[in-house]
Design a binder for this molecule. Structure first.
Ligand code: ATP
Ligand code: MG
Length: 420
């Protein structure tokens, strides 16, 4: 699997160690999960190349962050800039502000010219100092703006939507015959991007989420029949809920999008919760935001500005159902529903995530300077790789229910494998 390059790389690199373009990481991927069709793919390894397509002296780069917050965004921006500036000698690096809107001069603010002083300690804070947004940008207008500003390289830092947007910008630049390197740095706190075994922000998220779970557990335990219900992030995949559950070790029930469940009936979730309350007098329940969507009425399929389906609030729904269930059973309970999501994702990256951010960012710069385009940086089996952006479009990574993580979660909660 070769990624697109803008042309022959002729400029010698100022760096000292190099990765050959011919090195590959072999991966067997499942084409369609339902049919278990597999295909072998060999990904290009990321890393500095000996010859560069861009002449650092005349090169201008841009960075944009889009979508929701994830710990580590500022680390990524900073490392992109520092690698471009110090290692390659690119002196003009612009930070486009407010997400993809910032690429349209009529919609956004003027981009910031980044300097070492400006990025100095941005990694000490959460969020993104460039700002972010959801919603589309006219790709023709955006590319024309990049041409006008003589930007040769664009780093798009964001989740699946952002990377799809990056792919559109890449295609538009190609259509306009403009040699633009579009390189994606994958961001999703949910850890659900394919070909990236671990995205930055995930470990920070489970660390923070586990603290919330520990506190919710204390709340439940200190009252008679206390039930703490905590909603965590995870639209399509329950990685955060599962990771935090394992980290905290206090969770009694966990509900995730990958495992549909029933509320009623002798094997349903409510019966299991009742048994737990009668036996132990307290319970901690975790629900991922994308879990149990099939149970909710009024699924109106509203969408956000970026076109993502707005999920119905499973946390509120469960909270109501648990409350009425115990009222009907005449068992007094103290139910507390908590949603710490925004408090988690706005925190700064922990040390492990900061390392990940730095390596993702520097590999993105190496790819761009070599003239590679229409790709994101991936990571599989501890190797950083080049993944063509179009490969991402049709896939989402979810937790394997026969895998180590979910099986570990079942072992630590003691809950049945299924509420059916
Ligand atoms: P997260 O979901 O983790 O918060 P994300 O990158 O998926 O991150 P979105 O809000 O879905 O967040 O998308 C970010 C940006 O990408 C938005 O500006 C959105 O309009 C744009 N975008 C999403 N899908 C596409 C697409 N198919 N083509 C072009 N642009 C897109
Ligand atoms: Mg998304």
């Amino acid at each position: 699997m070769q990624v697109t390059t803008l042309g022959e790389a002729l400029y010698p690199s100022p760096l000292r160690y190099f990765v050959s373009d011919s090195l590959r990481l072999a991966e067997r991927i499942i084409q369609r999960p339902d049919e278990k069709m597999t295909d072998n793919i060999a990904f290009e390894l990321a890393g500095p190349r000996e010859k560069l397509f861009f002449d650092a002296k005349t090169t201008r780069a841009g960075i944009v962050t889009c979508g929701g917050l994830s710990p580590g965004l500022n680390d990524v921006i900073r490392s992109l800039f520092l690698e471009l500036h110090h290692a390659y000698g690119v002196s003009q690096v612009y930070g486009f502000q407010g997400g993809y809107r910032g690429l349209d001069p009529h919609l956004g603010k003027e981009p910031l010219l980044l300097t070492p002083e400006l990025v100095d300690d941005v990694h000490k804070k959460g969020g993104t100092f460039l700002g972010t947004s959801r919603g589309p940008v006219d790709t023709a207008v955006a590319v024309q703006n990049l041409i006008d500003k003589q930007i040769n390289i664009l780093f798009v830092v964001g989740g699946d939507g952002t990377q799809r947007g990056g792919y559109e910008l890449y295609k538009e630049a190609k259509r306009q015959n403009y040699p633009l390197a579009v390189v994606g740095v994958p961001k999703t706190i949910d850890n659900d991007i394919p070909f990236v075994s671990q995205t930055f922000g995930y470990l920070t998220a489970i660390e923070e989420a586990a603290k919330a779970l520990d506190r919710a557990h204390v709340e439940a335990r200190c009252v008679n029949n206390g039930i703490s219900l905590v909603k965590l992030m995870g639209r399509n995949a329950g990685f955060i809920a599962a990771g935090a559950t394992l980290a905290s070790q206090e969770v009694n029930f966990i509900l995730v999008p990958e495992v549909p469940f029933k509320l009623e009936g002798p094997n349903g979730f409510l019966a299991a919760l009742k048994k737990r309350i009668l036996d132990r007098g307290h319970a901690l329940v975790v629900v991922a935001e994308g879990a149990g969507q099939e149970l909710l009425q009024n699924n109106t399929q509203l969408k956000d500005a970026s076109g993502n389906i707005l999920l119905n609030d499973i946390g509120q729904y469960l909270s109501t159902r648990i409350k009425t269930f115990f009222e009907d059973e005449d068992i007094p309970v103290h139910l507390r529903y908590m949603d710490p999501s925004y408090l988690i994702r706005s925190t700064r990256a922990n040390a492990v995530d900061s390392v990940l951010c730095d390596l993702f960012a520097r590999n993105a710069v190496h790819a761009a300077m070599a003239g590679k385009t229409g790709l994101i940086i991936g990571k599989l089996h501890d190797k950083y790789i080049h993944v063509p952006s179009e490969l991402l479009a049709s896939r989402k990574r979810v937790m394997e229910t026969d895998g180590m993580l979910w099986q570990g979660v079942l072992a630590s909660t003691g809950q049945p494998a299924s509420f059916y």
